[in-house]
Design a protein around this ligand. Structure first.
Ligand code: GLC
Length: 442
């Protein structure tokens, strides 16, 4: 790794330390490496909400259905066509390097055989078995990092204060003994997950209902790090996580933290929604969002919602396959790269090799003509199309011999080199990337 990039990384980690997690150490640079190289993760929302077209947990919380009727769905969760090896191979084929699965959503139903209460698939659903363990194994067999989503909120647990959107059972601050009972349960489940699965990533959700002090977020973080100092924690632990977690809404500028991940649905629902939600994003839309995320130095965590029987909906299967074809063809431009140039230099996403001598340009629409790079000080050695090895012509325009401002680079992209979804150009430089960022002029 180039010294300057390394120093930049170290500095940004110190910046993160002061603005985000109070407990990070410099070893985080090492610990976060796989995550920042991974770029693509697949999120899985699987729970009893897949039985009827209800939203995950929110359906009863927002009173679209009673809690009693919502919970009846557990009797319809069969997992009868569940093939964890097939799930994991589909994830692998998509190009994703990690997966995050809902071990328990806000409705409190655990996918594993928790000993902390009886509300679990193995105990109450016709599936009658722990469906989490075989999936974790299938991921590990394929060298895919394991992330466990765990909802801190548990609206079904009798000692959890929140329940319906406008009613609370009690106030945690006024009844610390009862809140303490809940915490014992919640921390106990986290300990179970750590000791059973040794996750590479703990992905918390629902931290917004209580403060760091109430959750005892520092204790949760220490439990995790004591169990495995390399486990990464997402950004929903009231300031005690390792990276930022924007949801659905795409950042326009680079988030302040060095590590971040956009979690996003393939349609408009996290869990399976049958025919109620067929608003699927196209492969092109997903690929272009993904390219934007990595261009800004982040990851995409793309969600799928399997049916109660374990079948992955065809529309989501298709998206993962198409995404996989594209990521495989363009893998050198994606994995192991770092975020690219700001839009002032190129009007599209870009990434950079770690030694900063190769730029990858993601062309937003089918090109048939010239694309431009502005402010490129470094000289170009070669330009080619990723995945096809076709070399392209380029030309430097408007370079004034006595000025420090570089000329404009025009690269000619003929129609016949376009990828079905998004074409990527490889621009090899004679020296590490150097950019002019001034105002032009003399
Ligand atoms: C939200 C929702 C939840 C969903 C999650 C995914 O926080 O509460 O339903 O699981 O986002 O990021």
């Amino acid at each position: 790794m180039k010294k300057s990039i390394f120093i930049l990384l170290i500095c940004s980690v110190f910046l993160q330390k002061s603005t985000f997690s109070q407990n990070n150490t410099t070893s985080d640079v090492h610990k976060m490496q796989w995550f920042s190289d991974a770029k693509l993760g697949i999120f899985i929302h699987w729970g009893i909400y897949a039985v009827n077209p209800t939203s995950e947990s929110w359906a009863f919380h927002n009173k679209h259905i009673s809690h009693v009727d919502y919970m009846k769905q557990i009797k319809g969760f069969t997992a009868k066509n569940y093939k964890p090896d097939y799930w994991a191979s589909l994830i692998k084929a998509s190009g994703a390097r990690y997966a995050v699965i809902t071990s328990k959503h806000h409705d409190g139903v655990a996918l594993w055989d928790t000993k902390m209460n009886d509300l679990s698939i193995p105990k109450l659903a016709p599936a009658k078995r722990d469906v989490l363990t075989p999936f974790v194994k299938a991921l590990r067999d394929r060298n895919i990092k394991v992330g466990l989503y765990y909802s801190l909120i548990d609206w079904s647990y009798p000692d959890y204060p929140g329940f319906l959107k406008d009613s609370s059972r009690y106030d945690a601050a006024e009844d610390p003994i009862r809140w303490g009972k809940f915490l014992k349960f919640c921390h106990g489940q986290i300990k179970e997950l750590l000791s059973l699965y040794n996750p590479d990533l703990m992905w918390f959700d629902g931290d917004w209902e209580h403060s760091a002090g109430e959750w005892r977020a520092d204790y949760i973080r220490s439990l995790i790090l004591k169990s495995n100092p390399n486990t990464i924690i997402n950004g929903r632990l009231q300031g005690y996580g390792d990276y930022d977690t924007p949801e659905q809404n795409f950042p326009i500028t680079r988030p302040a933290l060095p590590y971040w991940e956009l979690c996003m649905t393939t349609n408009d629902s996290w869990g399976y929604a049958a025919d109620e939600d067929t608003n699927f994003k196209t492969p092109y839309e997903i690929i272009s969002i993904f390219a934007d995320a990595i261009s800004l130095g982040g990851n995409l965590l793309l969600d799928i919602g399997p049916k109660e029987d374990g079948t992955i909906p065809a529309a989501q299967e298709y998206i993962l396959q198409e995404l996989g074809n594209w990521t495989n063809k363009h893998s050198e431009a994606i994995f192991g790269t770092i975020g690219g140039m700001s839009l002032g230099h190129f009007y599209g996403p870009s990434t950079l090799s770690k030694d900063s001598t190769t730029l990858y340009l993601f062309i937003p629409a089918h090109a048939n003509g010239d694309i431009t790079i502005k402010g490129l000080n470094s000289e170009i050695k070669n330009v080619s199309v990723v995945g096809s090895n076709t070399n392209l012509d380029w030309k430097v325009v408007g370079k004034i011999s006595w000025s420090k401002v570089p000329g404009l680079v025009y690269i000619h992209v003929p129609e016949n080199v376009n990828d079905k979804y998004m074409t990527v150009l490889k621009v090899e430089l004679k020296s590490p990337l150097s950019l002019y960022v001034g105002k032009g002029g003399l």
